[in-house]
Design a protein around this ligand. Structure first.
Ligand code: FMN
Length: 175
């Protein structure tokens, strides 16, 4: 699959086949894509915790505040992305330039993860709504959780949706 096809077919999957596990080699391919992702000063200031079984269910429960993300409990795997320390050069750059490179790096990692998931025929959804404290306890993490990603096979009948996006004119400018 070329990248534009991946970009067109990746979508937030909010309905999973609970009885279909993810093959280990597919999970490893998804994680390898993250390992190869670029980051500020090549610092990779994050950690990924792969949750399955009871831990996955408990993490899913921690994403469902105010009725959101109810589908998360169907996913066989939840991947928690938490923040790690900057490398020195990125920390200095972030301070001098007032830019939050860690969040940018985590966003890029999530983009690589979900793109490779799509390439592997897997469904995924990035979740930004969760209880940080609960997930930190469940995953023994000392630093903040930034994203949770559900991963699994889409339930039967899940259709490719038309993308709703800003137009070319709204997004791109020349000077
Ligand atoms: C940082 C971030 C946080 C998100 N949080 C949630 C979330 O908590 N629950 C959810 O269902 N979708 C969440 N999404 C998915 C977006 O709603 C989705 O990517 C967007 O509407 C575009 O749709 P698509 O992914 O199907 O192309 C999140 C996406 C991003 C990038």
């Amino acid at each position: 699959m070329d990248f534009l096809t991946i970009a067109k077919t990746r979508q937030s999957c909010r309905s999973y086949d609970e009885n279909r596990p993810v093959e280990e080699e597919k999970l490893q391919a998804v994680l390898e894509a993250v390992r190869l992702a670029p980051s500020a000063c090549n610092g990779q200031p994050y950690r990924l915790t792969v949750c399955r079984g009871e831990t996955a269910k408990a993490v899913a429960a921690a994403t469902t505040g105010v009725g959101l993300n109810k589908f998360a409990k169907q996913a066989p795997i939840l991947i928690v992305i938490s923040e790690e320390s900057y490398v020195k050069s990125a920390a200095l750059g972030a301070k001098l330039k007032g830019n939050d490179y860690r969040s940018l790096d985590i966003g890029i990692a999530a983009a690589y993860l979900t793109a490779e998931a799509a390439a592997q025929g897997l469904g995924s959804c990035i979740l930004g709504w969760f209880d940080d404290e609960k997930i930190r306890k469940l995953c023994d993490l000392k630093s903040p959780v930034r994203l949770v990603i559900t991963l699994g096979y889409a339930a039967e009948g899940e259709k490719l949706r038309e993308k709703k996006r800003k137009t070319v004119e709204q997004l791109f400018f020349e000077k």
